[in-house]
Design a protein around this ligand. Structure first.
Ligand code: NAP
Length: 332
């Protein structure tokens, strides 16, 4: 597996990581614990060294699962988790989460659940507007100096929040939504990451699976599956977005690849500091998605793909507000 470095941090990871959220959260029924552990370990065997979880997934149980799964090779991977800005069920934090004490306590609890004494990458899961980003950056810097975390980041933050925080404690990576269907961070955040030497880790890089071309307007989603409520999966939008799948399928045929691989190869081609973390819970999808690191687009192919993509109107999206309508799951 090819490797990449998250910006100037020197933190090296496989070119494609694994998002572990779906093993406990957000995509309906998940495989049992034994199978989930087998799949995470298989992903490592196939060369993946970057695993993503959060205290909010479950909440808590995803960190426990990931901690168990990666235990045999914990010191050979980059393990990322996140602190939620809100007090989660069962947490007693009168001081609030985004306080020095709140973040420390959340981290200690994550370390215990993960069965480790350090986290490689600790993200602030959301950065509320008007929040004190410099203070959080300062406290993250203390945790780095104490060796409890190796680096830190933010999720879904604005360019301004990134710049202000980075000036206090350099950020290792930003994790935000990015795919062929959601390109809002191309105009400011990704260029700022490039300028400042910060890695960019796209979440939902396959637009919740849509870009694999394996989900149709008749597909039914159940339980806490966010596709029940995000508008990208509304029946009429699935139909309206067909031109994007047609484009991916055409490129996939030409490159002897799959649509999911083309969608991932497209973002890998964009910038060397971009490292997607798709979510996948079947061995054949893990092999398929990790295989995207071997699909290289020539400059001409990339330009042709980009040009056609620019001409396609995308219908629907994925918002925290829509996801909260489910009532079963926090958006993060
Ligand atoms: N920071 C944040 O706020 C935030 C938000 C969301 C997610 N995340 C992180 O980012 C990770 C990835 O996000 P995501 O799970 O939404 O990413 P995604 O890869 O865009 O979507 C995952 C969905 O797509 C399906 N899928 C993936 N590859 C496929 C393939 N080759 N063929 C068919 N279906 C495929 C998966 O199916 P199966 O799983 O059923 O196999 C799953 O239902 C999460 O696991 C989590 O760690 C972070």
């Amino acid at each position: 597996m090819k490797t990449r470095t998250l910006g100037k941090s020197g933190m090296t990871v496989s070119a494609i990581g694994m998002g572990c959220m779906g093993f406990s959260h957000g995509y309906g029924a998940a495989p049992d614990e034994g199978e989930a552990i087998r799949l995470i370990r298989r992903t490592y065997e196939l060369g993946c060294t970057f695993f993503d979880t959060a205290e909010g997934y479950g909440p808590y149980v995803n960190e426990e699962l990931v901690g168990k799964a990666v235990a045999p090779f914990r010191d050979r991977i980059v393990l990322a988790t996140k602190v939620s800005p809100v007090v989660l069920a069962g947490q007693d934090m009168p001081e609030g989460k985004l306080s020095r004490k709140g973040i420390r306590r959340a981290l200690e609890d994550s370390l215990r659940r993960l069965g480790t004494d350090y986290v490689d990458l600790y993200y602030q899961h959301r950065v509320p507007e008007g929040s004190h980003v410099e203070d959080v950056a300062l406290w993250m810097g203390e945790l780095i100096r104490e060796g409890k975390i190796r680096g830190w980041g933010q999720s879904q933050s604005s360019e301004e929040q990134i710049r202000r925080a980075h000036a206090v404690t350099p950020i290792t990576a930003i994790q935000s939504e990015y795919s062929m269907m959601e390109r809002m961070f191309e105009k400011d955040v990704i260029p700022a990451c490039e300028e400042l030497g910060i890695g960019f880790v796209p979440f939902s890089p396959l637009a919740s699976g849509f870009l694999s071309g394996k989900y149709g307007r008749e597909t039914v989603y159940a339980g806490d599956d966010v596709r029940r409520v995000i508008t990208r999966f509304a029946r009429e939008n699935v139909e309206a977005n067909q031109p994007l799948l047609d484009l991916l399928q055409r490129f996939a045929r030409e490159k002897a690849a799959t649509p999911a691989q083309i969608a991932l190869a497209w973002m890998l081609h964009k910038k060397a500091f971009i490292v997607p973390v798709p979510g996948m819970r079947r061995e054949e999808r893990i092999v398929e998605n990790l295989g995207a690191a071997e699909v290289t687009l020539t400059p001409e192919e990339f330009c042709a793909l980009e040009r056609e993509l620019d001409g396609i109107v995308i219908h629907g999206n994925r918002t925290d507000k829509d996801i909260e309508r489910l009532g079963t799951v926090k958006a993060q």
